[in-house]
Write a protein of this length. Structure first.
Length: 117
């Protein structure tokens, strides 16, 4: 009986990790979130320059997914031509510590690999 409870608890934890990985999947979402945390707010072209090497189509797709997941807010400003600004939401800011931990681990890993340790 105890083993069954432990397995169910583990399955629940793994499901939560899978959910997080789904949201952060791909090579662009974390850099986009990181850029918006750093900048606070940015236009489409600014984000594209900050993230680097991302196509407009991919950036648009990733921003839509981040918006659906309530991490990014899209604001349309009624100007001529229309201006669109993207910002990190309060909920999106909760990712900051996760992204920072990934950054720190990545830095240590990169150093370790370069040194051949």
């Amino acid at each position: 009986m105890e083993k069954q409870k432990t397995m169910e608890h583990c399955s629940t934890k793994i499901l939560a990790v899978r959910d997080a990985l789904e949201i952060f999947s791909g090579k662009w979402k974390i850099p986009i979130i990181g850029a918006l945390i750093y900048l606070g707010e940015a236009g489409f072209k600014d984000l594209q320059r900050m993230v680097g090497d991302i196509t407009p189509k991919m950036l648009s797709k990733e921003l839509k997914e981040l918006e659906i997941n309530l991490l990014v807010k899209r604001t349309v400003i009624d100007t001529r031509p229309v201006t669109v600004r993207y910002s990190i939401t309060e909920y999106g800011k909760t990712c900051q510590s996760v992204i920072f931990e990934l950054y720190q681990w990545g830095e240590k890993h990169r150093t370790r690999i370069k040194e051949g340790v």
